[in-house]
Ligand binder design. Structure first.
Ligand SMILES: C[S@@+](CC[C@H](N)C(=O)[O-])C[C@H]1O[C@@H](n2cnc3c(N)ncnc32)[C@H](O)[C@@H]1O
Length: 346
């Protein structure tokens, strides 16, 4: 039985601190108004109705697919079904979140030394390739905290007018962002939905119980540290198209969803954010940015990440999709590796 200190290693007295664990970064730092501008760049477009596709261009499509997908398609003589591609992706991506990065780096160093000494150039090259991916992961996820980006996400999510919200997370994977929202707006309920069962039983189940989310104490309004087990979460393994809900959620969120749909399917995927939203509720969407760093990341990490159709877009391109599909954009901008938009149906 783990002790209280193992399950809840950080308390309110740690607010303001940051630390590195073997697999991820802990970041309980707050921010000033000035720092907020660096965490979440906003106000890039004044009037969405004035923007045209001619101005903004179309998103960048990532075309380097994972080897397993290419092999599967060769063997099966057809393109990989979307659901299958998500199953491959979720298994492959999850493996990286649970790595003990320093330990694996040491193991690579030992392997390199051994194979250098034995003059095995082919093996050295292979180990170098693998260790390069690990170094990139260490930098992007563990040092930069670009994927979870808690401070950027807090800056994106702050100031919503909701109380004890019901939050629907579409394509929830491990569920990170809904938990961050629930920490900031406590006392409500999260419904996570993903049609890959591994997301509930692997990615979410193994999301670290001791990861601290900085949010708010509902009684005093003071900052408070929350953990996964504090939240009221229901995880549904279901296709979003089959959800039984009406317009009953205060917040509907997706993270890295609409960029996986080519243009002819975008209206459907954007409509999912309207279908379950109460009047006056908030749709929150994020998508990966079309920045050079990200292009390089998806190139090097192709075998880990690229099982599905994927676009990288600018905030202007993302906003165009949301705006022309009938939403007013209340807030937009970008955080470390994603664009973020908060919107409401027009
Ligand atoms: C790219 S992931 C979300 C990004 C996530 N933050 C991550 O770290 O991987 C999108 C998720 O949506 C799920 N998904 C895609 N289409 C879906 C659908 N029609 N119904 C339910 N889940 C879906 C996939 O299984 C996948 O886990």
């Amino acid at each position: 039985m783990p002790t209280e200190a193992e399950v809840r290693p950080f308390t309110e007295s740690d607010i303001g601190k940051t630390a590195l664990s073997e697999s991820f970064k802990i970041d309980l730092r707050t921010y000033t108004e000035e720092e907020k501008g660096e965490l979440f760049a906003t106000n890039l477009v004044r009037d969405w109705s004035m923007l045209t596709w001619k101005d903004v261009g179309k998103p960048y499509e990532v075309k380097t697919y994972a080897k397993v997908r290419k092999d599967w398609e060769k063997e099966n003589q057809k393109s990989m079904p979307v659901h299958t591609s998500w199953q491959y992706f979720n298994k492959s991506f999850h493996e990286w979140f649970v790595k003990d990065v320093p330990e694996e780096m040491n193991a690579f160093n030992e392997e390199l030394k051994k194979n250098f000494a034995a003059f095995r150039p082919a093996v050295v090259k292979e180990v170098l390739g693998k260790s390069m991916k690990l170094r990139l992961w260490n930098y992007i996820h563990r040092i930069e905290d670009g994927i979870w980006d808690p401070r950027g996400k807090r800056a994106l999510f702050e100031g919503l007018h909701v109380s004890k919200p019901r939050i629907l997370f579409l394509g929830a994977a491990e569920g990170y962002e809904a938990m961050q929202l629930a920490a900031m707006y406590p006392g409500g309920e999260i419904v996570m939905v993903d049609y890959d069962v591994f997301c509930r039983d692997g990615r979410f189940a193994e999301f670290p119980e001791h990861y601290p989310f900085l949010g708010e104490n509902p009684v005093t309004g003071a900052p408070k540290v929350w953990y996964k087990n504090d939240f009221n979460i229901t995880y549904l393994v279901e296709d979003i198209r089959n959800l039984p809900f009406g317009k009953e959620f205060d917040i509907v969120i997706s993270v890295g969803m609409i960029e996986h749909f080519p243009d002819e399917q975008k209206p459907e995927s954007i409509d999912w954010h309207r279908k379950f939203l109460k009047d006056g509720g908030y749709a929150i969407l994020t998508t990966p940015r079309a920045q050079l760093k990200s292009k390089l990341y998806y190139q090097i990490m192709a075998d880990v990440m690229n099982h599905t159709y994927r676009e990288l877009m600018t905030i202007q391109q993302m906003g165009m999709y949301i705006y022309e599909n009938g939403f007013d954009i209340l807030r937009h901008g970008f955080i470390k590796v994603h664009n973020g938009i908060i919107a409401r149906p027009r």
